[in-house]
Design a binder for this molecule. Structure first.
Ligand SMILES: [Fe+2]
Length: 382
């Protein structure tokens, strides 16, 4: 058996757990906290609540909210300059995947020199990062527990994956109540991102028994709770379940890495600034169909996890049911079904396909994929 590693932050989970943020930072030796959030989360009042609890622990803070969806390299550089100017010594991210990924990239540059572009790829970080506490306000990205930070290289218009155990936050605080201020569309998109994390980590070449159990559990919970969570902003029970599913899928993919859906969707996000979850939802059925022959037994287990009755079915038929369960879910949530709806033009496909095979997530896809294979999948999804 090969060596496998499994890493997670300390995890604090539950309603009102946002109140633990000051105490968590104090324990990590914070003196002045750089708080990264985004305008939407600020409007919803969550940054203000975090600040209240940070002040209760007699800590100083500086609030920074200049982050956009699919965070850009220049935003990270501006944030890192402010982090240094204000002499902060700890980082908090309060928001969705974009705010948390930006916070982690700023933390990276808090103790490491140069441009964020230098750190693309695996294990390029040399010095330890400042203490980090992350509090997600969406159920999807898993950034609060992952060793990933995804940042757009604005000159090349590609999403760079920066991967290192150093990027795993020290403490993740998951308060499901924060999910009650999200609209149906964001809930659906982020929920499908979590489902994609669960599926891709499960069939990943780097999956281990520890990650597989979390991936399957996340699929089970999402199949039962994403629809009601999208249906009502106030269904706290469904929000709690989705927060747990996103957490499990996040830990699974941080350790098992992902696959072709993410390798391909990173390219679209970089080029067109498209919503990550929507692109994943469109690509997922085509990639599942392509990958099926690599792991039919696993497809049967995923069908079961998604609530399908596979008793007596052949591996082929059970796998079909699994793929149908995915398209039924995305269909019920009325997510766009073609990449052209998101603005992709046929002339983009050549370059996107070449870049997708270079993405680090492609290395763990269970079936080999050439640029030509990727191109064919993009064309099908148009
Ligand atoms: Fe994702």
């Amino acid at each position: 058996m090969q060596i496998s590693k499994f890493a997670t932050p300390e995890i604090i989970f539950g309603n009102q757990s946002i109140s633990q943020i000051g105490e968590s930072l104090s324990r990590l030796g914070a003196r002045k906290v750089f708080l990264v959030s985004d305008p939407g989360v600020l409007d919803a009042g969550w940054a203000e609540q975090a600040i209240k609890h940070i002040k209760e622990s007699n800590l100083d803070y500086h609030l920074w909210t200049h982050v956009t969806p699919n965070p850009k390299d220049y935003e990270v550089h501006a944030g890192a300059a402010e982090y240094r100017d204000h002499e902060c010594n700890a980082i908090v991210g309060v928001g969705g995947g974009s705010a948390m990924d930006a916070a982690k990239a700023i933390a990276l540059l808090g103790t490491n020199d140069g441009s964020i572009l230098q750190y693309e790829g695996v294990d390029k970080i040399e010095r330890p990062l400042p203490p980090m506490v992350m509090l997600p306000t969406t159920a999807g990205s898993g950034s609060e527990v992952s060793q990933f930070s995804i940042i757009v290289d604005s000159a090349r218009k590609v999403k760079m994956a920066i991967i290192s155990k150093s990027l795993i936050p020290d403490i993740a605080i998951i308060d499901p109540q924060t999910l009650m201020t999200k609209d149906g569309r964001l809930t659906a998109n982020t929920g499908i991102d979590a489902l994609t994390h669960a599926i891709e980590s499960y069939i990943s070449l780097a999956a281990t028994p520890l990650t597989e159990v979390l991936s399957l559990s996340a699929m089970r919970i999402i199949s039962q709770n994403l629809r009601p969570s999208v249906a009502s902003q106030y269904n706290l029970e469904a929000k709690q379940a989705m927060a747990m599913a996103s957490l499990q899928a996040g830990i699974a993919f941080s350790n098992a890495i992902l696959g072709a859906v993410h390798a391909m969707s990173h390219q679209l996000g970089g080029l067109l600034d498209t919503p990550h979850g929507e692109v994943n939802a469109i690509l997922l059925p085509y990639v599942l169909e392509y990958n099926y022959i690599a792991a039919p037994e696993k497809y049967r287990k995923m069908a079961e996890a998604m609530g399908e009755n596979v008793a007596g079915l052949s591996l082929h038929d059970a796998s079909r049911l699994m793929m149908k369960a995915v398209t039924n879910l995305t269909g019920d949530l009325q997510i766009p079904v073609t990449l052209s709806e998101l603005g992709l033009q046929p002339e983009h496909i050549e370059l996107l396909s070449r870049n997708a095979v270079q993405d680090v997530c492609m290395a763990t896809n269970p079936r080999d994929m050439s640029a030509e294979d990727v191109k064919a999948l993009f064309q099908k999804a148009m």
